[in-house]
Design a protein around this ligand. Structure first.
Ligand SMILES: Nc1ncnc2c1ncn2[C@@H]1O[C@H](COP(=O)(O)OP(=O)(O)OP(=O)(O)O)[C@@H](O)[C@H]1O
Ligand SMILES: [Mg+2]
Length: 381
């Protein structure tokens, strides 16, 4: 009896040692886990503090939503603006009374895409806001930026440029008239006559620049009205083509056209003619002597595509979009005359004025030419 009790005691003692060891191991494991959790907590706290500071620092209003448009978080600027002081934030439909905003977010969610790069603008009260929407796994982030200052500056810039170019036109015209008068006089020595002709062509260039600046300002400010009328495509393109024929002849360029003879376009003849004219003028200006310029038209169900192909220097891939920016000129053509506004105006005329597209293709290889394309709507009247 005593013997068996002793054995039992020994086994219990052994078990106790094992339990003690297991306990120790668990304690150590626990400590390790606690440390890990603490580390994560600190990290989380830091991230959260960082995000809070960031939300305070940016001027934009930021609203985070779940997929059902419930507001999960809004920066204090956004809460203040939308008059939301409660702790529980409502759905976006109650948070903001802007239908446009709700629609934009819905569109982004439906398409699962970020509406970031485009200039989405909405009006909240009297203030224009630029909207950026980003969808992510847990919902949507919306950032709203007050752009009234940018719009005001844009207006000021347009007014300034408009006034200056307007004021420039009178003295430039006067210079032209004086030079005309001097050239008309008899017995003008040759060297003086050459000098006067140079002044005249520079004055013409200045006049052209001032006019382009004025036109751009008008178009950009939305003051230029586009009156689209049905017109045969041949009539629309003939005027600008006639105006460049002599220029092409002087450079011994072959200027060929393949224009659909029956299709009707819907266009503002003066404005579209000028955009097309600039494309052809560019092709002629930049193509070296004895090269060729070809104008082609393709007609589809709903639109007409006009292309102007040349054998000039071509355009480097990195410049293909930039040529449509104001004042941009490529390195390959820097020495040639021109303001660098023609394509910026053409883009406005085609895109804003006619709902069309304009782009350029070029292999980029120097000397292999470029092809400019513009589209315009068809008329079925
Ligand atoms: N056909 C072309 N081939 C090569 N480069 C071109 C061609 N067309 C335009 N470019 C480039 O794009 C730039 C912008 O063209 P844009 O028509 O806007 O200005 P510009 O012809 O220089 O001046 P302007 O304001 O008188 O039209 C040109 O300066 C040139 O560098
Ligand atoms: Mg041009």
């Amino acid at each position: 009896m005593f013997q068996s009790n002793r054995k039992e005691l020994q086994r219990t003692q052994q078990r106790l040692v094992l339990v003690e060891a297991e306990n120790k191991r668990l304690r150590q494991e626990n400590e390790k886990l606690s440390k890990k959790i603490n580390k994560h907590d600190t990290k989380l706290e830091r991230t959260s503090l960082r995000l809070k500071a960031m939300a305070k620092a940016v001027r934009e209003m930021v609203i985070m939503l779940d997929d059902d448009l419930n507001v999960q978080y809004a920066t204090s600027q956004a809460r203040q603006f939308f008059g939301q002081s409660g702790k529980n934030l409502p759905s976006l439909l109650e948070f903001s009374d802007s239908r446009e905003l709700v629609q934009l977010v819905r569109d982004a969610l439906a398409e699962q895409r970020a509406l970031v790069d485009m200039d989405w603008q909405i009006q909240l009260g009297d203030t224009p806001y630029q909207v950026r929407v980003v969808t992510f796994a847990q919902g949507v982030a919306v950032a709203l930026k007050d752009v009234s200052d940018i719009q005001r500056l844009g207006r000021a810039r347009r007014e300034f440029v408009g006034n200056i170019s307007h004021e420039l036109r009178t003295p430039i015209t006067t210079i032209g008239l004086i030079v005309d008068g001097l050239l008309a006089q008899q017995n003008v020595p040759d060297d003086i006559s050459t000098g006067l002709q140079n002044i005249q062509s520079e004055a013409d260039l200045l006049q052209h620049m001032a006019q382009e600046l004025l036109d751009l300002v008008q178009i950009e400010s939305g003051r230029a009205l586009f009156r689209l009328i049905p017109i045969p495509l041949t009539d629309l393109l003939q005027g600008p083509l006639d105006r460049v024929k002599s220029q092409a002849r002087r450079k011994a360029l072959s200027l060929t056209t393949k224009i659909d003879p029956v299709v009707m376009a819907l266009a503002d003849p003066a404005q579209f003619g000028r955009a097309f004219g600039n494309l052809v003028q560019n092709a002629i200006k930049f193509t070296p002597r004895e090269g060729s310029v070809h104008i082609d038209t393709q007609v589809s169900e709903e639109e007409i595509v006009i292309s102007v192909k040349d054998t000039g220097p071509g355009i480097a891939p990195s410049d293909l979009d930039r040529v449509f920016e104001r004042f941009f000129k490529t390195d390959r053509t820097r020495s040639s005359g021109g303001t660098g506004l023609g394509l910026a105006i053409a883009k406005h005329v085609v895109v804003e004025g006619h709902g069309g597209r304009i782009w350029v293709e070029s292999s980029g290889v120097r000397g292999q030419g470029a092809t400019f394309y513009m589209t315009l709507p068809r008329s079925f009247e």
